[in-house]
Design a protein around this ligand. Structure first.
Ligand code: GAF
Length: 398
């Protein structure tokens, strides 16, 4: 875990000044996968793991950024350099470019607790933490919706993934102990308290996911093709959010099978998110878990974004008692699954998942209980109880 005091000291050694500190969380998505770029519903929760930025203003316009994870220091002199250099600095350059008109440069030191390439939205955490830091250093007012949109645009234009807005929104708006029910069309937000009798286990398959591989954008293109077919018969259809399964069936003869299955996933998943929100509010965990299971099957068979290791992890979790449901989370093609587990059994379940997954695949997974954390913020010492390495040393405040 990142120790913010250590990070501040490292910054002082590197750059010779006292930094301000900022953090933005990664996320898991409970349900509502690949719905956000279809104007649909999602239900993410922010992780209690974050990307941290220590930063101070510079007197010139350069952004000098150092990453602890990549052991690299890069100077970004020209924020209009061609997009997509396939380097981690694309996210920083992108955010700085999209937040056009920020005066002056900055020195930045970045460190992260969010595993990279694990489908836990480390890139949105990096974008949002850097964007927030740059705005704050420039004494600009911070509108979190505008920040989330700017970071999404940076991801489109500088990282080449035409993502939805879920990851950036939850990195901005996460709340401790609660999941977010987000309508990605209107950005209307509803908070769903996570009951203390339920635990969310994050199960990292240790297979890196490659969102930029083109598969993600290919799914988006399939959805757009589906909308064009639907709109010919049902002119009000602007996105898959507007369509029903009955309408999809009505255009069955005109849709190639692959397009039909992609659309079926998105339309059914939207309905599942709404049903899951009701089940969670009613404390009906069996129903909630059943929807999570259905979501995985649909992502595996119709949307085809799972992989053998994710399927193995989910099957192992589902074979254990006291697990209500399990599914892949995030973009897919590797990364993490979640298991929704009765709190009384969480230690046993996580041990069994670790053992059985390693036995089945030869890979040692990372399995941990995740509590919903807070969205982006400037870090203040009182937060040390919740974030950063201090928990491991008795949880004292700084
Ligand atoms: C990735 C994207 F960045 C999100 O916008 C979302 O589409 C997700 O995959 C799939 O639900 O995390």
């Amino acid at each position: 875990m990142v120790d913010p005091e250590d990070l501040a000291r490292e910054f002082e050694r590197e750059f010779g000044r006292t930094p301000r500190l900022y953090r933005a969380p990664g996320r898991v998505n409970l349900i509502g996968e690949h719905t956000d770029y279809n104007d649909g519903f999602v239900m993410p929760m922010a992780l209690d793991r974050s990307t941290w930025v220590a930063a101070a203003p510079r007197s010139d316009d350069t952004i000098v950024v150092r990453s602890r994870e990549y052991h690299e220091t890069i100077a970004i002199d020209d924020r209009t350099e061609p997009a997509q250099q396939h380097h981690w600095t694309d996210y920083v350059r992108g955010v700085a470019a999209v937040l056009a008109g920020l005066p002056g440069g900055a020195d930045m030191l970045i460190a992260s607790d969010v595993p990279i390439g694990a489908g836990l939205s480390s890139s949105a955490a990096l974008e949002v933490a850097c964007g927030y830091a740059l705005l704050d250093l420039a004494n600009r007012p911070i509108n979190l919706i505008e920040l989330a949109r700017a970071c999404q645009r940076a991801e489109h234009e500088y990282a080449g993934t035409r993502c939805g807005v879920m990851d950036q929104m939850i990195a901005c708006f996460g709340r401790e102990g609660q999941a977010l029910m987000l309508d990605t069309r209107t950005l209307e937000r509803r908070w769903l308290p996570l009951p203390p009798t339920l635990r969310i286990l994050v199960c990292n398959t240790m297979v890196k996911h490659q969102l930029a591989s083109g598969e993600y954008n290919a799914r988006l293109a399939d959805c757009e093709a589906g909308v064009r077919i639907l709109a010919r018969c049902f002119p009000g259809t602007r996105s898959l959010r507007d369509a029903t399964l009955a309408q999809l069936d009505a255009v069955r003869g005109e849709s190639p099978d692959q397009i039909h299955r992609r659309c079926r996933h998105v339309i059914a998943e939207n309905a599942r998110v709404e049903a899951a929100a009701r089940a969670l509010s009613d404390a009906d965990f069996e129903a909630f878990g059943g929807l999570i299971d259905d979501s995985h099957r649909s992502l595996r068979d119709d949307y085809e974004v799972s992989c053998a290791e994710l399927d193995a992890m989910v099957a192992i979790a589902r074979g254990l008692g006291c697990v209500y449901g399990a599914r892949m989370t995030g973009g897919g093609f590797g990364g993490c699954a979640i298991a929704v587990v009765d709190a009384s059994a969480v230690d046993r379940v996580s041990r069994q998942i670790e053992e059985r997954y390693e036995f089945a695949t030869g890979l040692r997974p990372d399995v941990w209980v995740c509590s919903a954390g807070e969205g982006v913020a400037a870090w203040r010492p009182a937060e040390a109880l919740h974030y950063g390495g201090h928990r491991g040393r008795g949880g004292q405040t700084l």
